[in-house]
Design a protein around this ligand. Structure first.
Ligand SMILES: [Mg+2]
Length: 509
């Protein structure tokens, strides 16, 4: 659906047009508009003052009011851009050449991906450029790469509040298209716009997402119109397979441009984005100011996943030399490894093994692979639901003479103490397996599992960030002196097939 600014806001104005007496005044069209705009402002003011008058009446009636009513400010959604557009006569308005569509990540989910396609007007006698044979893609992030806010605000919800990141941007993009045989596309994460299709049963305001998306579309249409190249914008509004560094948007664009995945010229394709994981740099010598660190590394990681060249906007548009960067989670530290190691051995006839490790550490996988074959029975709160049921199940299993593995997170000594006491009561030695891992690695594992059916035997959904934060804030490393026979430290290593590594060994967060 295309929503040009004028069409989007006109109903509001025309309502006032008819409700006001100005309809019969024979003034030029622009004056109508002006008067009506005044009228809108007036009406908003009036409605806000009448509501405070109502509050006054209630007060006068002497009814106790507790707590006092909130004073609401009437908020107008009319932006400067809307007003400017409103005053432009229809004959001078450019035809909206941006066509929008939406895509869903799967059949059970509403659409989360916004796609804008722009085709310039065909000029007479213009040289026909063949797009079909193009195999090189020059892709760009949008915010802080092609454009920035004109006001200097970090997040702006005014469609007119933008300017080019650098004056050279539109010329350089035109050159890529006209002289260097590239498809030029824009690939942007816009989780702030979501959800595009909120759950109708969910609580809270429903239309904020819609309004934000409308403003975003207006801004994109203006950017595309200024570029005036055959190009497209892909905007991921969800946290699903489309979100960078995940490669869903790239797959969509290859389909849209009719390029089979294997035919993309990866060697000459490029992705330019500002999220490059660059480290902060203090001001030295001839530098104008100190440089802040990047908020993320998702743009660099996106290019890594695709196997194409990555550059920051400073490198690409200004020819600056690369700055230092770092990754919170670096795949290079976890190469594919097919060696069959034995990370765990049974020590006693009957024993309790207590796991300690964050969600996403691979505790369950470790149990099925290394402890189940040794005969341990599993006690797990995700399946048993409550801690009390875990203790009850453990007691029964121990009384039957089984060895058990307690497959829970157990971050703190107080919680672990209860297991130590239970083991002591049953005169069974207790050992601890400690999954020592970084938060970034756990989050990676969690997303890999949630987004890939083949690696998700228990069909788990992605955990909220708070699940990891909660564990790490409570975490105290397990120590032998807590009453364990030993603490076996398991260092994370990807254990799986080649096919599984092809999925795991990409950036997902
Ligand atoms: Mg950006």
């Amino acid at each position: 659906m295309s929503s040009s600014p004028s069409r989007f806001h006109l109903p509001t104005f025309s309502t006032f047009l008819f409700s006001s007496g100005f309809l019969f005044v024979t003034t030029p069209r622009r004056l109508y508009s002006y008067l009506n705009l005044q009228n809108v402002v007036l009406s908003i003011k009036m409605s806000s003052s009448s509501s405070s008058a109502a509050v006054g009446k209630r007060k006068a009636a002497g009814k106790p009011i507790s707590p006092p009513p909130l004073k609401r400010k009437a908020q107008s959604t009319i932006s400067k851009g809307t007003v400017a557009n409103f005053f432009t006569p229809a004959s001078q308005k450019p035809k909206d050449r941006t066509v929008w569509s939406e895509r869903a990540p799967d059949h059970d989910t509403p659409a989360t991906l916004l796609v804008a396609r722009y085709e310039p007007e065909e000029k007479e006698n213009a040289e026909k450029i063949d797009n079909k044979s193009r195999r090189k893609i020059a892709a760009f992030d949008l915010d802080s790469t092609l454009i920035v806010s004109a006001s200097g605000k970090k997040f702006s919800n005014d469609a007119a509040d933008w300017k080019w990141w650098d004056a050279s941007v539109p010329t350089r993009l035109r050159q890529l298209y006209e002289k260097e045989d590239y498809h030029v596309v824009i690939i942007s994460n816009q989780a702030g716009l979501g959800p595009l299709h909120p759950d109708p049963n969910a609580k809270g305001p429903k239309n904020t997402g819609k309004a934000r998306a409308a403003t975003f579309k207006q801004k994109c249409a203006a950017v595309l119109a200024q570029l005036d190249l055959p190009t497209a914008i892909y905007a991921a509004t969800g946290k699903d397979k489309y979100r960078k560094p995940r490669t869903g948007m790239w797959d969509e664009l290859c389909k849209d441009y009719g390029i089979p995945a294997a035919e993309v010229d990866l060697e000459h394709s490029i992705f330019v984005g500002d999220a490059g994981g660059r480290t902060a740099q203090p001001k030295t010598g001839d530098m104008k100011a100190a440089l802040a660190k990047d908020f993320s590394c998702s743009d660099r990681n996106f290019a890594h996943n695709l196997g194409i060249k990555y550059q920051t906007p400073e490198e690409f548009f200004l020819g600056e030399s690369p700055r230092e960067f770092t990754r919170e989670f670096d795949l290079a530290a976890y190469p594919a490894d097919s060696s069959e190691d034995v990370p765990f051995e049974k020590k006693n006839e009957q024993e309790v093994v207590l796991f300690c490790g964050p969600p996403g550490a691979g505790k369950s996988t470790f149990y099925w692979k290394h402890l189940k074959p040794l005969g341990y029975e599993r006690v797990n709160q995700d399946t048993l639901k409550t801690r009390a049921k875990c203790f009850k199940a453990a007691v029964e299993l121990l009384e039957e003479g089984n060895s058990i593995a307690v497959d829970n997170t157990n971050p703190d000594p107080d919680g672990r103490k209860e297991w130590v006491e239970l083991a002591r009561k049953h005169k069974v030695p207790i050992r601890c397996v400690w999954f020592k891992m970084s938060k970034a690695l756990c989050e990676h594992n969690d997303v890999v599992r949630a987004l890939n059916k083949s690696m998700n035997p228990e069909s788990r959904t992605a955990l909220p960030g708070i699940a990891f934060a909660g564990f790490f804030s409570k975490l105290r490393e397990p120590k032998v002196k807590e009453g364990f026979q030993d603490v076996v430290e398991v260092e994370f290593k990807f254990r799986g097939t080649k096919e599984e590594y092809a999925i795991w060994g990409r950036y997902w967060t």
